[in-house]
Each structure stands twice: as C-alpha cells, then as structure tokens.
Write a protein that binds this ligand. Structure first.
Ligand SMILES: O=P(O)(O)OC[C@H]1O[C@](O)(COP(=O)(O)O)[C@@H](O)[C@@H]1O
Ligand SMILES: [Mg+2]
Ligand SMILES: [Mg+2]
Length: 284
C-alpha cells in the first residue's frame, strides 16, 4: 500500500474483531508481569502478539513497541516508521466486563521520541459497539468497526463539544496532593463524574460530552500511573487534534520526550479551560 499510515490504521482496525473475540476465555492472569511491573492478563499478551505480527508485516513499519514488552522489536527491511501501542488499555475491566481499548501512535523515526514526532494516532474502543478514532493531519475521524474488520466513518471531523459536561480522575483520593484535591473540589461542583477505569473509555466520554480526564501524580508516586509513550502521547494527540488540550501538569504531553520507553507521567486531557486551570492550580 502506498500510504503507510493508512496501512497501520487498516491493520489495527482489522485486528480489532480478533482482539474482541479473543477476550472470551482470556480473563485470567498470566504468570508474568509487564515492564511496568503490572500483572498481565492472557488477553494483554494475546492482543500484543497479534498487533506485533500484523504491524511488522507492513513494509514501511520497522519497529514495534508496546506496553507489554521491554525492548522495541525491529523488523528486517528498510521501513522508517515505528508504532507504539497499548494493546489493551483498561484490561482490568475485563473481569467485570466493562469497556476497554487499544491505543496506537505512528512515529517517523526511532523510539522513544517526542510527541511532536507523531504522524498519526488512534484508538479502538471495545464498548457495546466497536469504534475507532484516528487523528491525522489535525483531523479526527470516528468510525464503527464491523465484525469483519471493515470500517464505516460516522463522524468526519470530531471536535470537542463547546460545553464541558463530565470529569473523571484516577488514583485514590487520599493519595492526591492538596493542590490537586483543591482543583477537583472546584471541578466537581461544575461537571458530573464519569470514571470507569479504562482511560480510552473515559477519554471518549470527554470527546463526546466535553470536560476533563486526568490521572495525576500521587503522593507516593509523583510520576503517576500512565505511560507517556503508550498512553500519554496518542491520547494527547487525539484530544489536541479535536480542539482540546493536554498536560503533564506543566506543559503539553506532546512536548514531552520520555528518557525510557516505559516512563510514566501525570496525564490530563480535555477542554483547554480546564487544563489551563489545572496547570495554574498545580503551580500554586
Ligand atoms: O485502577 P485505576 O487506578 O483507577 O487505574 C485505571 C487506569 O489504569 C489503566 O487501566 C492503565 O492502563 P492498562 O490497563 O493498559 O495498564 C488506564 O486505562 C486507567 O485510566
Ligand atoms: Mg493503558
Ligand atoms: Mg494495557
């Protein structure tokens, strides 16, 4: 295919029904842990192996990095693109049968990289229906993925609605810093809570209804939980392309370059007014 980014998007879309069908019977933990020290479900490993094989099969893709494996896997050949994935985001929701997703980012060059090096990003949301959101060249498109992997565009140019409505913040409340807790008490009097424990699903609420999602730095874990390369960059690229903002608490996540592949970051995405107020609150 002449458009390598379209080839990556097609590969992720056509893998989505396989991932979805493969969830049944893969709800138990493997013996191992991922590079972030988190226990892996069989479904995490299954999705990772499917994506690795299908993405590295694209001639233009020379490297595959994932939340579920330590190093970047290199393909033979002369491709120039690298794809970073969170194969199953929110996989702890599998046991309770709640929403999850797959996240990916396409970089022109080696990893780790700055978010500004992203050429395209996207996610699949395994909700009551399977949808895919892709950001490319400043435009965000939402599609429905059918059981055979084919896609139908349902929103040509997805943008955040004018009025923010919902918020969701991760981490246990006693672990929040005082500055963040003060900010949340303002937000909760203005917006309504939507938190489901899968970043993709929670951010899709923000894309649909407007508002803010965040997983902050915590008292005992100032770096937060989510990974900059696998979760931060692609979700920031999508939300910023949809007219919103992202932050690590100080600046856009896209302006951040991880020193290590699996580096974590505080993460905030949503309406610019709420992200600006968050940065101001954390700087006090
Ligand atoms: O269980 P918590 O602390 O609310 O954490 C939920 C967060 O962790 C994650 O599940 C981490 O992602 P993975 O499932 O890919 O490890 C996010 O999707 C979600 O926002
Ligand atoms: Mg994740
Ligand atoms: Mg994951």
């Amino acid at each position: 295919m002449s458009d390598p980014i379209a080839a990556v998007v097609d590969a992720v879309a056509s893998t989505a029904p396989d991932v979805r069908e493969g969830l049944v019977g893969r709800r138990t933990y493997e013996a191992g842990a991922n590079p972030s020290g988190e226990r892996q479900l069989e479904a995490d490993v299954y999705a990772d192996e499917l994506l690795e094989a299908r993405l590295l099969d694209i001639d233009a893709v020379t490297g595959y990095a994932s939340e579920e494996r330590e190093p970047v896997v290199r393909a033979d050949g002369e491709g120039q693109y690298f794809v970073a994935t969170d194969p199953l985001d929110g996989s702890s929701n599998l046991r309770s049968n709640n929403a999850m997703g797959t996240l990916f980012g396409v970089y022109d060059g080696t990893l780790p990289a700055s978010g500004d090096d992203l050429l395209a990003s996207g996610f699949v949301l395994y909700g009551p229906i399977t949808t895919m959101v892709v950001a490319r060249d400043g435009v965000v498109t939402e599609s429905v993925i059918d059981g055979d992997g084919s896609r139908r565009v349902v929103t040509e140019n997805l943008t955040l609605p004018d009025e923010p409505t919902v918020y969701g913040f991760g981490g246990r409340v006693p672990q929040w810093t005082d500055a963040f807790a003060d900010y949340v008490s303002e937000v909760e009097s203005e917006l309504k809570l939507r938190y489901g424990g899968a970043m993709i699903a929670d951010v899709n609420q923000v894309l649909t209804y407007g508002g803010i999602f965040g997983y902050p730095g915590l008292r005992e874990r100032p770096e937060g939980k989510l990974r900059l390369l696998f979760e931060g960059h692609p979700i920031a690229h999508i939300v910023e392309s949809a007219g919103g903002a992202s932050s690590n608490g100080e600046r856009s996540l896209l302006a951040c370059t991880p020193e290590e592949l699996h580096e974590r970051t505080p993460l905030f995405v949503g309406h610019e007014t709420y992200v600006d107020r968050l940065e101001a609150a954390l700087s006090r």
